[in-house]
Design a protein around this ligand. Structure first.
Ligand SMILES: [Zn+2]
Length: 190
């Protein structure tokens, strides 16, 4: 130990803290903010979409939908929530994920088809958000038409989610009613 210490040359400066998140060792609010954002913010490969002709609540919904942050059954299951069933409450045939509910579900496919007839354009079957984005990007329409068509899709998906919530809540109230009935039968009619 004495030999090691003999080779050391101590600086006459006082002890100080060193910030290691940037190169110069000095603290900066921006480097701290970048580090916090890296851990807290959800990053998406898709560009953020915000329609100026739609209500803010629809835009917020679209933002969450694009980030796959809606409370779909697959997302609830992924965070270990105890849910009775993960199937789509609309068609009852596939797992309810963002991509199924807004692109693969039979109800949405039919609605997309109706939009195609209304706009006189061919709308293919989409399997996920990426395929929709790729198709939309390649559309040869004026920017105004694209703005309106995009808003049409966003509004449609907003109403699909509202419809899904109604179906889901009815299902929950049915479950609650069954639970209550079982409870009453168990305690009062034994
Ligand atoms: Zn479905």
């Amino acid at each position: 130990m004495a030999q090691v210490l003999d080779t050391m040359v101590l600086s006459p400066l006082n002890d100080r803290w060193r910030w290691t998140l940037n190169g110069n060792g000095s603290f900066s609010v921006s480097s701290a903010r970048k580090e916090i954002d890296k851990h807290l913010l959800v990053m998406s490969s898709s560009p953020t979409r915000w329609s100026m002709i739609l209500h803010i609540k629809v835009n917020v919904f679209i933002l969450r939908m694009f980030l796959d942050k809606l409370s779909t059954r697959s997302n609830l299951s992924a965070i270990s929530m105890d849910i009775h069933c993960v199937l789509c409450p609309v068609c009852d045939s596939e797992v309810e994920s963002r991509n199924h509910l807004f692109f693969g579900c039979s109800l949405v496919s039919e609605l997309h088809h109706l939009i195609g007839r209304w706009w006189s354009i061919h709308i293919p079957e989409f399997s996920d958000l990426v395929s929709w984005e790729s198709w939309f990007k390649g559309l040869r329409l004026t920017s105004l038409h694209k703005l309106v068509l995009e808003a049409t899709f966003f509004s449609l998906w907003w109403h699909v989610w509202k419809f899904r919530m109604i179906v889901f809540l009815r299902w929950c109230s049915l479950i609650n009613a069954c639970f209550l009935t079982t409870l009453l039968l168990k305690h009062y009619f034994r």
